[in-house]
Design a binder for this molecule. Structure first.
Ligand code: ATP
Ligand code: MG
Length: 330
């Protein structure tokens, strides 16, 4: 039995990397088995944020997910903080998490280096909460982008250590990484991933960008020396564009490259990529605009999702508490 779980942060504006690397696969997951998707507002508090905006961004993110094709009748879609089991499990799992492992996490190193003020303890323990998100549902499959490989590895270690110590209670999940578009890079800096919190506005295509903005950003994308359109380690800019083109069209990178055989230069590649990205995102933005106006409906969808999610997570928590000797005997 396949049970899919994945989470997405309601920080800032979601971008093409999120869409290609994660959201598209959430949608596909609805046909692959039971699927559970969570807007992780507790994760969003690990770096500076505006409390008044968090709720707005949460609705934005939920509306994008539904606009992209998540059907709350066919999957469980909910808000992390509505299911308090995540927080409790996170604490309990931190006792089977090696501090040294957390200390090796690339995401913590990158994000803590970017903080000007406080480096929060929660930024450090973020991967434990992420492990709790997944393990609470005994999920088998975690569709995420390439940047989450290390966190998935860690949650597997946590589950294995827990099971070795307390008995086979948790399911050790597998990461599921896209074949194309697992790591979309910033258009202005192809050495770093497109990001919600870190990147440049010019280098980031947002899911809700108007076609004109998408065209402009792709036109100005940093490319490489030479004129040859091919993927390769020596051509990070062009490789990124081919990756985006392939992912947006649903083809392989080789096919995307072959389709550009008659192109006259990078300008043609950028135009073709812009066209494919607009075709991909424009319908999402249109549906989003309708959905976003009705916050009561979004709230009702999330609340119904939380009820379903809580039933599963509470069951796992009861087992975890029992084997750990926490709370009264049941
Ligand atoms: P931040 O940079 O602040 O962590 P983010 O852009 O990574 O934000 P998240 O909500 O943390 O957004 O990630 C949601 C999903 O999108 C995750 O599965 C993540 O792996 C995936 N993802 C994020 N950036 C990219 C990218 N550039 N290419 C492909 N997938 C990505
Ligand atoms: Mg992230």
């Amino acid at each position: 039995l396949v049970r899919i779980f994945s989470g997405i942060q309601p920080t800032g504006r979601k971008h093409l990397g999120n869409y290609i690397g994660a959201i598209q696969h959430y949608v596909a997951g609805q046909d692959a088995g039971e699927s559970i998707y969570c807007v992780v507002d507790l994760h969003a508090t690990t770096v500076p944020y505006d409390p008044r905006e968090l709720r707005e961004r949460l609705y934005d993110t939920a509306a994008i997910l539904i606009a992209a094709g998540l059907d709350p009748e066919r999957c469980i879609l909910f808000r992390q903080s509505d299911v308090q089991e995540h927080s409790e499990l996170s604490w309990l799992l931190s006792s089977v998490t090696a501090w040294g492992d957390l200390n090796r996490m690339h995401q913590f190193k990158e994000k803590s280096a970017a903080q000007r003020d406080l480096v929060s303890a929660s930024l450090f323990t973020y991967p434990v909460l992420m492990a709790a998100d997944v393990l609470a549902y005994r999920a088998t499959t975690v569709p995420v982008g390439d940047d989450q490989r290390q966190h998935v590895e860690l949650m597997r270690d946590i589950a294995e250590r827990f099971n070795a110590r307390y008995g086979e209670i948790l399911v050790v999940p597998d990461g599921q990484f896209p074949e194309v578009g697992a790591r979309i890079m910033d258009l202005q800096d192809p050495a770093r991933k497109m990001s919600t919190t870190g990147g440049s506005v010019e280098g980031t295509v947002y899911v809700l960008d108007e076609p004109k903005a998408i065209e402009k950003k792709l036109k100005r994308a940093v490319t490489d020396s030479g004129t040859e359109i091919r993927a390769g380690a020596d051509k990070p800019g062009v490789t990124n564009l081919l990756d985006i083109l392939a992912a947006a069209r649903g083809t392989t990178v080789a096919e995307a490259q072959a389709s550009m055989a008659d192109a006259r230069g990078y300008g043609d590649l950028k135009a073709a990529t812009a066209e494919a990205v607009i075709a991909l995102l424009d319908p999402v933005r249109t549906r989003y605009e309708e959905l976003r106006t009705d916050e009561d409906r979004l709230e009702a969808v999330l609340a119904a999702g939380a009820d379903k999610a809580r039933a599963i997570a509470a069951d796992t928590l009861a087992d975890v508490r029992r084997v750990m000797g926490v709370g009264p005997a049941r």
